[in-house]
Design a protein around this ligand. Structure first.
Ligand code: T1G
Length: 697
């Protein structure tokens, strides 16, 4: 008997129990154990029906993703499911937690399914660049009909137990605490009422009903809009379509072929990497998982502007009371009005109720007095990017906040150690860099200072999860990880335009690569006065910052979306960037003024210069220990800047490109363009010399 799957008879019910924490994934041991247990159930004459149930937090949550990319060991999942479906005795699957992927496919191979009312089911393979490869594309439409099957399989979204019952995916849902008890009762019912072995493969009435609905081409058309760069969603449609066109056996065969195409795609490798990297970032090297965390029951936020308001919403959304402090009443009122408007818009879309709007607003207490921050456990400062103001605020916080309160800054580039020096408690000071819009973007860059205490680091990392963010712990340097690489890409994009590319050409190369927005459209969204102010500050500080055509736009008051014109122009009420011949003319005049001989620039050169300069900076970030691992950089860019997850993030993508090719490109650009940004990173040179990849670090 395998220790991960057991068989025991209870009365006339043969109970097959899977116990393979954390999520009962269908590893080789589980698959073998299932077959053994099924065989026992078949030969146990006292057992009149079989029950499949799991211990722990959830029913089987899918194939074991850790086995992907390795040679598959028999028995494969399809053969296990086939054996269950051809059992001579009725098999009941009892679902709790999240029955997903291969787990749901296994349940569909059983004859009946009962779910705990709190359970969810789904086929999220598409989120890993795959498709359900163990009969899900053939069995699900036979139960739920085509439209629901296509929706579930191409989005990977989970559905509740009630919806699953409504769609015919499960036969019943039950309230209760023990899924084993519920499953047992259901199996006994099957025995008493002599339920037949109802094989899903034999149910075709729903397929008949959808026969000529033209739903597949319709679905492909709408996928073009929302998944144009992706590979597997289109294969999902092909697989479900096979359920109509082919016999069940041939449909399974077709599904297998399509599944293997997806398994071999670079997008599957990227998405699986992103899946594990997202979970890896919370395991910080050198920070023990047993590090105690401080209780955070009340949060203070300084600044009710766009960032401060968005940050406040994150805490109110999860029921944590907030004290929102501003210097002036009108700024406070404005900030609260924006928060209310955001919540009301969300309620209009049906994502929260109006009652929840009021609950959340009630959790955000406005104040003008620092003395109201005496009992908060954490303060997050979110005011102007001005060191003087920040140090003055932290000096005040140091006086009013209780001992042990964490003092955090939302700064996006400034020195956390310098901010901490304004207090007597540098061990309690940390950066918590949210990304705009702070109530939407998932990334939270937690920035550790020289003296930040371990329990403070552990606390803000745990807090990230609590407020549904993906937290990455990074070191303290200009721009930390994300913005330091973004500044490199931004400078290179400006240079490319100086050399002859148009802003729209650069942006199209980046959006074709898979970014949701191009570099210049992003600048217009943030406001090009932001970059202009930074350049002016650095010039004032005596740095040699060369003139830029963007300065001219800022000086003309073309600040971006907020002035309906920036690098692009915008129609009234629209955020769609429209190339503007006036800007092309201004750029040409700037080139002449600077004596730059412009030339045709290929898309390939644009892509390489924008991405390689980021990868080179990423390698330097790793050398400096500002990021602990390449996966921390990958997750920062996927969740902070929309780097396409199916490419795995910048460092994973560089590995897939081949570090030798990337380094050769960097060397060539260094020769041609000069600049320390093109000075090859020593780490990159070492990895190439040793024939290694970032993934080997
Ligand atoms: N395989 C291996 N490990 C898994 C896993 C899986 N399928 N799912 C989760 N884990 C690990 C995860 O890495 C973490 O490990 C721990 O479990 C807790 O996960 C043939 C081929 C189930 C909703 O895509 O969506 O079936 O970090 O932190 O937030 O058609 O995990 O603790 O070491 O995410 O409560 C399809 C993926 C696979 C489901 C739980 N199934 N998992 O979320 O915990 S492909 C999926 C999830 C497939 C078939 C195809 C979530 C969850 P560690 P967690 P959570």
């Amino acid at each position: 008997m395998s220790e991960v799957v057991s068989y025991a008879r209870e009365g006339q019910v043969g109970v097959i129990t899977v116990n393979y924490p954390p999520v009962n994934a269908l590893s080789h041991a589980v698959r073998s154990g299932l077959l053994d247990a099924l065989r026992q159930g078949q030969t146990d004459d006292e057992a009149k029906a079989l029950l499949l149930v799991c211990k722990g937090r959830t029913f089987v949550a899918g194939a074991d993703i850790r086995e992907f990319g390795k040679p598959m060991q028999e028995p494969g999942l399809p053969s296990v499911i086939d054996a269950f479906e051809n059992s001579q005795k009725p098999v009941i699957a009892a679902l709790h937690g999240t029955a997903l992927g291969g787990g749901l496919e296994l349940a569909l191979g059983c004859h009946y399914r009962v779910a705990l009312s709190t359970a969810q089911v789904g086929l999220p393979e598409v989120k890993l660049g795959l498709l359900p490869g163990a009969g899900g594309t053939q069995r699900l439409p036979r139960l739920s009909g085509t439209q629901k099957a296509l929706e579930m399989i191409t989005t990977g979204n989970f559905v509740s137990a009630d919806e699953a019952r409504e769609y015919g995916i499960v036969d019943a849902t039950e309230e209760g605490s023990s899924i084993a008890t519920i499953g047992r009762a259901y199996a006994e019912k099957a025995i008493n009422e002599s339920w037949p072995t109802r094989r899903v493969r034999d149910l075709t009435d729903k397929l008949e009903a959808d026969k000529n609905s033209g739903v597949f081409d319709e679905f492909r058309a709408n996928l073009q809009k929302r998944a144009r760069n992706l590979f597997s969603p289109f294969k999902c449609v092909d697989a479900v379509e096979a359920a109509f066109k082919l016999s069940f056996e041939d449909g399974l065969q077709r599904e297998r072929e399509l599944f293997m195409e997806c398994m071999e795609s670079p997008q599957r490798a990227g998405l699986v990497h992103a899946f594990f990297a997202e979970r890896g970032v919370s395991k910080v090297p050198g920070l023990s998982p047993d590090t105690p965390i401080r209780d955070i029951n009340r949060v203070g936020i300084i600044g009710a502007g766009t960032m401060g308001g968005g940050i406040a919403m994150n805490f109110a959304n999860v029921g944590i009371p907030v004290r929102l402090l501003e210097a002036k009443q009108d700024a406070l009122d404005r900030g609260l009005a924006v928060i209310r408007r955001n919540y009301e818009n969300t309620a209009k879309k049906g994502r929260i109720t109006t009652a929840q709007v009021e609950e959340r607003m009630a959790l955000i207490e406005p104040t003008l007095n620092y003395s109201d921050l005496g009992d908060v456990d954490l303060v997050i400062e979110a005011v102007f990017e001005d060191m003087g103001i920040k140090k003055q605020i932290f000096g005040q916080l140091d006086k009013v906040c209780k001992p042990g309160a964490i003092l955090a800054s939302n700064t996006s580039t400034l020195d956390i150690d310098e901010i901490a020096s304004a207090t007597q408690r540098p061990q309690d000071v940390v950066g918590m860099h949210f990304f705009s819009p702070a109530n939407v973007m998932k990334l939270l860059e937690n920035v550790r200072g020289e003296k930040t205490a371990d329990d403070v680091k552990a606390t803000v990392m745990a807090l990230a999860k609590r407020i549904k963010k993906v937290g990455v712990l990074v070191g303290n340097c200009y721009g930390f990880v994300g913005n330091r690489m973004l500044h490199r890409r931004g400078a290179e994009a400006m240079e490319l335009v100086n050399d002859g590319a148009t802003p729209q050409q650069v942006d199209k190369v980046l959006t074709d690569f898979g970014f949701p927005m191009g570099q210049f459209a992003m600048s217009d969204l943030a406001g090009i006065d932001v970059g202009y102010r930074i350049r002016q500050e650095r010039r004032k500080a005596g740095e040699d910052i060369p003139p830029s055509w963007a300065d001219k736009l800022a000086e003309q008051g073309r600040l971006g979306q907020k002035t309906q014109a920036g690098i692009y122009r915008y129609e009234e009420g629209s955020r769609k960037p429209i190339p503007d011949p006036e800007v092309d003319a201004l750029i040409n005049a700037f080139r002449q003024e600077q004596g730059i001989a412009s030339r045709e620039i290929s898309d390939q050169e644009i892509l390489e210069r924008c991405l390689y300069v980021m990868i080179n900076e990423g390698a330097k970030i790793l050398e400096g220990g500002v990021a602990a691992r390449p996966l921390d950089i990958d997750i920062t860019w996927i969740y902070g800047y929309g780097f396409p997850a199916y490419r795995g993030g910048p460092m994973f993508w560089a590995d897939q490109e081949g570090l030798d090719k990337v380094l050769a490109g960097i060397r060539q650009f260094h020769e041609r363009l000069g600049g320390e940004q093109w000075q090859p990173a020593a780490l990159l040179e070492r990895l190439v010399k040793e024939g290694k990849r970032f993934g080997d670090l």
